[in-house]
Design a protein around this ligand. Structure first.
Ligand code: CA
Length: 232
């Protein structure tokens, strides 16, 4: 039961963006597209991609500026980034500076090579990145094994409830609207209704209640949900 990885492609040339997007979707990824840095920043409000592909040459805010912003932004700061550059010159120039880019590719991009590099980066981030266990208070989830532990006790949850819990634990004390939750857990282009979010939250709440932890999951009337983390 592997979850699909989400890749965000930020590229202003729509032909290239569409081509990359198509080939990555074929390869089994969930792909989100942005035509500018501004659009990407809006997307980050709703979605935390597993990997980001960004073109150096973007209008207004350059790819490099965007990478700096990403590295300073809490939720997405650790996503692996592949930068596309137009010429070898730029390629070398960027490489010389540490902007927090993980890999570079010169255009025209070979789709095969891109896919290989994506795989390598995702593997590296999974294996050697920060611990793949997220915990808030006594609730622990293992992103690799999909195990949920509450006060060290094994708790069974469905994939959807796991993904919900993961989203909440990654964003403690943050108000998440139903739309944001929907986009993160079911994907932006899903046909799932907002009501479905409530149904699954209810199920997650039941699981938490069994362990007297349901008080952590707050319903904010008319706004959404918030997972409360107590200060250490
Ligand atoms: Ca461009």
């Amino acid at each position: 039961m592997t979850m699909k990885n989400t890749i965000l492609i930020i590229e202003d040339e729509s032909a290239i963006r569409e081509m990359l997007s198509f080939s990555l979707m074929q390869a089994g990824y969930i792909v989100i597209q942005a035509g500018s840095a501004m659009e990407a920043l809006r997307i980050f409000d709703e979605i935390t991609p597993d990997l980001i592909i960004v073109d150096w040459g973007l209008p207004q805010i350059s790819g490099l500026e965007l990478v700096k912003t990403i590295r300073e932004t809490d939720v997405i700061s650790e996503a692996p980034i592949i930068m596309l550059t137009a010429r070898t010159q730029e390629h070398d120039k960027v490489r010389g500076l540490d902007y927090g880019v993980d890999d570079y590719m010169t255009k025209p991009v070979s789709v095969k090579e891109l896919q290989a590099r994506i795989k390598a980066l995702l593997r590296r981030y999974k294996g050697f990145g920060k611990s793949n266990v997220i915990h808030v208070d006594d609730i622990k989830i293992d992103l690799d094994s999909h195990q949920v532990l509450i006060e060290e006790k094994d708790v069974k949850v469905s994939i959807t409830e796991f993904n919900l819990l993961k989203l909440f634990l990654k964003n403690p004390n943050k108000l998440l609207s139903r739309e944001q939750i929907l986009n993160h857990v079911w994907g932006r282009n899903s046909y799932v209704e907002v009501r479905t979010v409530d149904v699954h939250i209810l199920r997650l709440r039941k699981v938490l209640k069994k362990h007297n932890k349901d008080f952590l999951l707050k319903t904010i009337r008319g706004a959404g949900y918030k997972f409360v983390a107590e200060a250490d």
